[in-house]
Design a protein around this ligand. Structure first.
Ligand SMILES: *[C@@H]1O[C@H](CO)[C@@H](O)[C@H](O)[C@H]1NC(C)=O
Ligand SMILES: *[C@@H]1O[C@H](CO)[C@@H](O)[C@H](O)[C@H]1NC(C)=O
Ligand SMILES: *[C@@H]1O[C@H](CO)[C@@H](O)[C@H](O)[C@H]1NC(C)=O
Ligand SMILES: *[C@@H]1O[C@H](CO)[C@@H](O)[C@H](O)[C@H]1NC(C)=O
Length: 168
C-alpha cells in the first residue's frame, strides 16, 4: 500500500513545489501575511494592486462592497495605505459599522508578539477584534454605504449626532 502511494505523493510534492517557485509575483494576501497581518483584512479575489518599495499600497476592487465580520466592513473601490510590519497606516477606503454608523478606519494594527487581537483605529477610539476572524478573505457583496448612513442619521437625529461627536 505504501509503495503504491508513494509515487503519487512524490508527484504531488513536485507539482506543489513548482507551483510555488514559478509564481514570482506575490498576491496581496501573501504580502499581508509577510507583514504579520491576517489575509482576511482584504476581501476575496483581489488581483489588481500596486505596492511600492516604501510599503505604500493601492488595491483596486471591481466594485465597492461590504463584508460581514464581528462588525460589518465596507470597502471602497480603491483601498490604499502604508504597510509596515504588523500595521497599516494612512489607510483610506475601509470603513467599519458601529451603532448604525460608518466610521472610516485610519489605521489597523496587530500586537507583536501576537495577543490574538487586531485594532481598528477609527479616530480617537480604536476598536478591537479577534485576529482569528480575519484569517481568511471573505466574500464581499456589492454595496454602497453612504445612503444607509444618511438615512439612519436622519431617522435617529440627535442621538446619532451626539454619538458621532464623542467618537470622532
Ligand atoms: C486596475 O485598476 C485600475 C483603477 O481602477 C484600472 O484603471 C486598471 O484598468 C485595472 N487593471 C486591471 C488589469 O484590471
Ligand atoms: C480609483 O483609482 C483609480 C486609479 O488610481 C482612479 O482613476 C479612480 O478615479 C479611483 N476611483 C475612485 C472612486 O476613487
Ligand atoms: C504614507 O506613505 C507616503 C509615501 O511614503 C507618505 O507620503 C505618507 O505621509 C504616509 N502616510 C502616513 C499616514 O503614514
Ligand atoms: C435613503 O436616502 C436616499 C437619499 O437621500 C433616498 O434616495 C432613499 O430613498 C432613502 N431610502 C430610504 C429607505 O429611506
Amino acid at each position: 500500500m505504501f509503495h503504491l502511494q508513494s509515487p503519487l505523493v512524490f508527484l504531488l510534492t513536485i507539482s506543489t513545489l513548482s507551483r510555488i517557485s514559478s509564481s514570482s509575483e506575490q498576491t496581496i494576501y501573501q504580502i499581508l501575511r509577510l507583514n504579520g497581518l491576517p489575509m482576511g483584512l482584504l476581501p476575496k479575489g483581489i488581483t489588481n494592486f500596486t505596492l511600492d518599495a516604501s510599503g505604500r499600497f493601492e488595491v483596486h476592487l471591481d466594485h465597492a462592497c461590504n463584508a460581514k465580520f464581528e462588525d460589518e466592513l465596507h470597502y471602497d473601490l480603491n483601498v490604499s495605505g502604508n504597510l509596515t510590519y504588523g500595521q497599516i497606516g494612512g489607510l483610506s477606503g475601509i470603513s467599519a459599522q458601529d451603532l448604525f454608523l460608518w466610521f472610516p478606519v485610519k489605521e489597523i494594527r496587530v500586537d507583536i508578539p501576537s495577543s490574538g487581537l487586531i485594532y481598528f483605529d477609527v479616530g480617537v477610539v480604536s476598536k478591537q477584534f479577534s485576529l482569528s476572524s480575519f484569517e481568511t478573505p471573505r466574500e464581499c457583496l456589492a454595496s454602497s454605504n453612504q445612503i444607509i448612513t444618511k438615512n439612519l442619521s436622519r431617522k435617529f437625529g440627535m442621538r446619532i449626532n451626539d454619538h458621532r461627536e464623542t467618537l470622532l
